[in-house]
Structures are given as structure tokens and as C-alpha cells.
Design a protein around this ligand. Structure first.
Ligand code: AMP
Length: 181
């Protein structure tokens, strides 16, 4: 398989119609992660634009952003900061509410995890409406961090999230898109 071609990685994504709600096409990355070459090639492709870039920290969004963000942080030789669902982090936190393609939730980060002026690369698996990434950007900025870029495997461009996050001054990287929801 020619993994320099993002389409070869795209072919490893499994689509589950009507999950978790009717009308949602769930883009399941577990089949990509289970492929040893596919997982590595995906992480490499996410890292490549940022080799030598001025990044201090990688921030990943629970839960799939941890699987990718940890590997990206390791590859770039940077620390990793988790953004978690409400109530999971043990020390003092700051939180942001956000709207998902299929629900509403609160995300939190440790209040002391990101220092003023830290340059951050944000990582998640997929950007749909951009509500999740936007809330993460707000959290990072409230912490004093600067979001250098946000990187995702998958874009759902018809939902407008990548454009919305870009309009808030964040460079957005995605490996490939799926049309529709
Ligand atoms: P959004 O906030 O609308 O950009 O949604 C992005 C978040 O929800 C990411 O953390 C994704 O993992 C998840 N998500 C949203 N839509 C889908 C989808 N169609 N398939 C898989 N995951 C999704």
C-alpha cells in the first residue's frame, strides 16, 4: 500500500451509518489504528508539517486525540497535555462547554498545564462542526497559550468546522475529508 497517498489511509477508515444517532455517518478510526503501517503513516503525516516548527506543547482532546496526540508529542519530542471530559482531572482545572455534532459536553484542562506564551499544537482525530476544537482553542488561549496549529486526520468539510476554526486565527491541517455528515 502506498501510504504516502492519504487516500490509502482513508481506505482504512470504517464508516458506521446511523451511529450514535440516526443520520450520523460515524468515521471509525479504530480500523486505521489497528493497521501497524497505517497508524504509523498517519502519525508521521500529522507530524511532518511541524518538524522544526516553534512548538512547545502538544495538546490532545479526549479520547481519540490522546491516541494520536501522544504519538505526535513523542515524535516531535515535546510534552503532552490532555484536555479531558468534566471531572476526570485531579488538580485545579478550567473548563469550557461545547456542542458536539451529536450532543453537549464540558471539557477541562489543568489550570497550570499551559503557561503564558506556550506555543501549542492541538490534536484530535476529526473535525466536524468545529465546536470541540473551538472550545479547546478557547481553553488554551485562556491558559495563556498560543495555538500554532490544529491537526486532525479527518475533515468533514460540509459541516464547516475547519473553516470556522481557521476564521478564529488557527492554522488547520487535515489529512483527508469525507463529504457529508
Ligand atoms: P465537532 O465538535 O462537531 O467538530 O466534532 C468533533 C468531535 O466529535 C471529534 O472529537 C470527533 O471524534 C467526534 N465526531 C464528530 N462527528 C463524528 C463523526 N461523524 N464520526 C466520528 N467522530 C465524530
Amino acid at each position: 500500500m502506498a501510504f504516502r497517498d492519504p487516500e490509502a489511509l482513508k481506505a482504512l477508515i470504517r464508516t458506521i451509518p446511523d451511529y450514535p444517532r440516526p443520520g450520523i455517518m460515524f468515521r471509525d478510526i479504530t480500523t486505521l489504528l489497528a493497521d501497524p503501517v497505517g497508524y504509523r503513516a498517519t502519525v508521521d503525516a500529522m507530524i511532518l508539517p511541524f518538524i522544526g516548527a516553534p512548538i512547545d506543547l502538544v495538546v490532545g482532546i479526549e479520547a481519540r486525540g490522546f491516541i494520536l496526540g501522544g504519538a505526535v508529542a513523542h515524535g516531535l519530542g515535546r510534552g503532552f497535555i490532555p484536555i479531558r471530559k468534566k471531572g476526570k482531572l485531579p488538580a485545579k482545572v478550567i473548563g469550557e462547554d461545547y456542542t458536539l455534532e451529536y450532543g453537549v459536553d464540558t471539557m477541562e484542562v489543568h489550570a497550570d498545564a499551559i503557561r503564558k506564551g506556550d506555543r501549542v499544537l492541538l490534536v484530535d482525530d476529526l473535525i466536524a462542526t468545529g465546536g470541540t476544537a473551538d472550545a479547546a482553542v478557547r481553553l488554551i488561549r485562556r491558559s495563556g497559550g498560543e495555538v500554532v496549529a490544529a491537526t486532525f486526520i479527518i475533515d468533514l468539510p460540509d459541516l464547516g468546522g475547519s473553516k470556522k476554526v481557521a476564521s478564529h486565527g488557527v492554522e488547520v491541517h487535515t489529512l483527508f475529508g469525507f463529504a457529508g455528515h
